[in-house]
Design a protein. Structure first.
Length: 708
């Protein structure tokens, strides 16, 4: 833009190039100011170069990291927490990275060197040694000495003169002495002297390439230019049973050995050896509270109950009490405590059902009407899912102005049963209660006892199921029951075990529940019960069955197209002949024995699916971190016909050469097969047994087969 203003007479032409002396002085002052600013800027940039600019390493893609650290990852006591990240930088320098971890109540970090994998991915582990929360982060830096060792080796291989390179290495060591411990500094100083000594080049090269020297130099690094990940992340360590468990669900009122007598806690206690004998370590009991009479449901969910109908245990509460009371027909509170203690003696934890809903007869309805939704006519709104009506159940209104007193009362239900010795809870329909409530409640529970385990029964949309897990639910039901085919199972369990979902979501796979009798199980007979058992127990480290209907292969639906059982235990007392000859009891025991004796089946981290050229056969393996325990599972998904195919296995990953024979031992049939190479023939007859659970073994000397 042109300046059209006329020059002022006071500032007219003068000496020194036509500028007045005063103006020249001002220009000079501005010039000096500009020069000083540039110099100051250069100084600032230079100072910044010593810290920020030299941080060349980028760290991203960290796992486990749940919603940018908003929620903790999950681990089980006694396992190792796997941490991975992308660590990279410009250029071709060699990098180094450390995993830093500490207990939440500690201040100092423990460092673990990270292992470089492929494509800039790095990995390390730390032990989940205590049931608490751990904090971790990652630090990466340019490994100048490692780069020097790598390049020295290349030049030696190329038969180049490396005398100057040896001097460079000595200088790198000397520069690092100020950061090393006194002991390391003394040893490193000796090494630097050897690199410049008047000895043979070959001797000095051998000294410089020593791997122990490279490891020792990790302690002699200026860490100021290192990059530390922008967040400190958390992992919550839960009890060991959170990561590995086998659940057995049973209705106490159906536990009587006599057909016409209602079961009691004493009957459940007498059946504990049966449950333990099959290898289960969690006994889950549906609600054990008094059952309401108003609008009680009859057999097969009939709207009107007949005389003698027991009603649904989920219609909680009567004049005899509510969520902190026991149905007197089952026994007393002392009887229940005795059952919990006897179960624990046999290695079984009793899990209780927590259903936050009431029958119309529950004391809460009379004492706290403000906790329920009232209709315009003054009546309480019952539960419904139009056109279905559940008039025997009143849901709590979490929108009530009295929400604070409601929340604290619901928390007290958990703490009451914790005082009776219960530490595992199956939570009914948590997705119908506010997320904020669960986050608050679970945090309070874990403050009281970090060993509490909560199983989320939320058969709903995936994002909601996942969010509940992030909020603190320890385990979660899954869609496993509705994944009948190879593609569905492969895709689903890949998502659950090999994506970031695995950082916070622990699947608990159930082939059946009192609410779920899938069409596949209704029609497939014994082969489907066996195949679904093996799939649930080996694809997931946590699984459960609803028994005795499962082992007795109960499969008649209430009506065609329904997933409800005919004569469902949800509405009536049943009698089960658990000694029936065709029971799956012994096979279930074999499956659970295989799980207990093979650490590979006690985690989901090592799950891999393998190619087998038959869509009716699914094949996968699980292995421990060190690959010393590998279990291969092949399941025939066709309940009617024998299926065969060629199975391909990654034997090189397991340290087996192509010409080396190896043995697979079937843990269900006790058969043993000698295989060689990555591809082998498999055939499964569903009418014999539709699955292989094969433990991989290698020959050890002349003594026999085992995996090294």
């Amino acid at each position: 833009m042109m300046n059209n203003m006329a020059p002022s007479k006071r500032n007219g032409p003068g000496p020194n190039g036509g500028k007045p002396a005063r103006q020249k002085a001002a220009v000079g002052a501005r010039s000096r100011t500009r020069a000083q600013s540039v110099a100051a800027a250069r100084t600032t940039v230079t100072e910044g170069l010593s810290s920020a600019q030299l941080r060349r390493v980028v760290i991203e893609g960290v796992r486990p990291e749940v919603d940018e650290g908003r929620y903790p990852g999950k681990a089980a006591l006694g396992t190792n927490v796997l941490v991975e990240a992308d660590v990279y930088a410009d250029g071709h320098d060699k990098l180094a990275a450390d995993l830093l971890y500490r207990r939440e109540d500690e201040s100092g970090w423990t460092r673990v060197p990270m292992e470089e994998l492929v494509n800039d991915r790095w990995r390390a582990r730390f032990p989940a040694a205590q049931m608490t929360s751990y904090v971790f982060t990652i630090e990466g830096w340019v490994d100048h000495f490692g780069s020097w060792q790598r390049d020295l080796a290349k030049k030696v291989d190329a038969e180049q003169d490396v005398s100057l390179e040896l001097l460079v290495g000595a200088k790198l060591i000397e520069d690092g002495l100020q950061f090393a411990s006194e002991k390391d500094a003394r040893l490193l100083r000796e090494v630097a002297a050897k690199l410049v000594a008047k000895t043979a080049v070959e001797t000095r090269v051998k000294t410089g390439l020593d791997q122990e020297l490279g490891a020792r130099m990790r302690s002699a690094v200026d860490m100021r230019p290192a990059t530390r990940y922008q967040r400190e992340l958390k992992v919550k360590v839960d009890p060991a049973r959170a990561g590995f468990s086998a659940w057995y669900e049973m209705f106490p009122r159906s536990a009587s050995p006599e057909p016409n007598r209602a079961g009691t806690f004493h009957d459940v206690g007498a059946r504990l050896s049966y449950v333990a004998g099959m290898g289960f370590d969690v006994l889950y009991l549906p609600p054990i509270h008094p059952i309401g009479k108003t609008k009680r449901k009859g057999a097969n969910n009939a709207v009107t109950a007949k005389t003698g109908d027991r009603g649904s245990p989920w219609a909680i509460g009567s004049e005899l009490g509510g969520h902190k009371s026991i149905d007197p027909s089952l026994g007393s509170l002392d009887d229940f405590r005795g059952l919990v203690q006897e179960a624990r003696r046999l290695g079984i934890d009793v899990a209780m059902d927590v259903a936050f809903q009431c029958s119309p007869d529950h004391p809460y309805v009379r004492e706290h009407p403000e906790w329920f939704r009232l209709r315009p006519d003054g009546s309480v709104q019952y539960a419904e899912n139009p056109p279905k009506k559940y008039e025997d159940i009143y849901p709590f209104s979490f929108d009530t102005p009295a929400w604070e007193s409601l929340w604290h009362e619901l928390l007290s239900i958990f703490t009451f049963w914790m005082e009776q010795g219960v530490r595992i809870f199956r939570v009914d329909n948590p997705h119908t209660k506010p997320f904020t409530f669960w986050e608050w409640l679970i945090a309070r529970l874990h403050e009281i006892d970090p060993g509490v385990i909560l199983l989320s029964e939320a058969f709903t949309r995936p994002k909601i199921m996942y969010h509940l897990a992030k909020l603190g639910f320890t385990q979660s039901y899954t869609y496993f029951a509705w994944r009948p085919d190879k593609q569905g199972l492969t895709e689903y369990f890949t998502e659950l075990t090999q994506t970031p979902v695995a950082d916070f979501f622990r699947p608990n796979a159930w082939p059946n529940t009192p609410d779920i009798l899938t069409e596949q199980m209704q029609r497939g007979g014994r082969p489907v019960f066996v195949s679904r058992l093996v799939l649930a127990a080996t694809l997931s480290s946590n699984y459960g069955i609803y028994g005795p209907p499962f082992e007795l292969m109960e499969r008649e639906p209430r009506e065609p197209g329904s997933e409800e059982y005919l004569r469902s235990e949800k509405y009536e007392q049943r009698h089960w002949d658990i000694e029936r000859k065709d029971s799956l009891r012994e096979l279930i025991a074999l499956v659970n024995k295989a799980r207990r004796e093979n650490p590979a089946l006690q985690s989901n981290a090592g799950l891999q699916f393998h190619h087998i050229d038959n869509p009716q056969l699914i094949a996968y393996s699980k292995q421990t971190e060190d690959a010393n325990n590998v279990v291969i599972c092949i399941v025939n998904l066709d309940p009617a016909y024998t299926q065969s195919g060629i199975l391909w296995l990654p034997i090189k990953e397991w340290g087996i050469s192509l010409d080396e024979p190896y043995q697979v031992h079937d843990l269900l049939s006790d058969a043993r097969y000698t295989w060689q190479g990555p591809s082998n023939f498999v055939q499964l007859n569903p009418n014999v047994i539709p699955a292989h659970v094969l433990r991989l073994r290698r020959r050890v000397g002349q003594s026999g087969w085992e995996f090294e």
